[in-house]
Ligand binder design. Sequence first.
Ligand code: HPA
Length: 244
Amino acid sequence: MNQTLGIIAGSGALDLFDILEARSLETPWGMPSAPPARVSLGPGDAWMLARHGRPHRIPPHRVDYRANIAAMAELGVTQIVALNAVGSIDPALRPGALVVPDQLIDYTWGRAHSFSDSAEERLEHIEFAEPFSAAVREMLITAAARADVAIHDGGCYGVTQGPRLETAAEIRRLAGDGCTLVGMTAMPEASLAREAGVAYASLCVVANPAAGLAEVPISVEEIHAVLAAAMNRVGALLGALGHE
Ligand code: HPA
């Protein structure tokens, strides 16, 4: 089957690639965060969507995840790579590390999280034991090797509501639950992609040690600086995806 790649980008990654075309479209769920842009990626291309809008203005709990996934599906996207900034709970994952998680726990609340949302919609109980697509995870890991970019294979992403960062006690609870990463954006994106039949995996960029795990409080400036410094490696890895 011919695959079409989509990338849902947080901040930072939007300027990595040349834009060939931007497509304004409205879905039954409303407008996506920004018009998806077709970008050239290695020898191929991909649809790139700015999760938080362009310019960056939509907080994680206000992103219309349904409109974003519906827009990608309407464009014919069959595989999504999501870029997610995260804090690390596992001390082995240093700021700047790239991680391809294989599990998640959803701690979000109040987000429009399903396409099966009224009696008029078809009721779907998706299977979600493995929340990330094995095929897209494998693509990321292969591309990282090809681009000679270090990557951690596996981890459990705890998805919090935000936009505030966590308390130290919340992070201890997440650690006890088995989370190695914490972020605000993988859900309901991952489950909506599953509902839409789009294969989805996440490439996490570790921005900071999670709350209470470093001597100094988390600085948002530091988060932005770490993410900006990681973008070259993210770009090299994504560029190598186009060589499948
Ligand atoms: N917590 C939640 N989301 C995040 C963090 C964090 O520490 N860092 C970057 N995104």
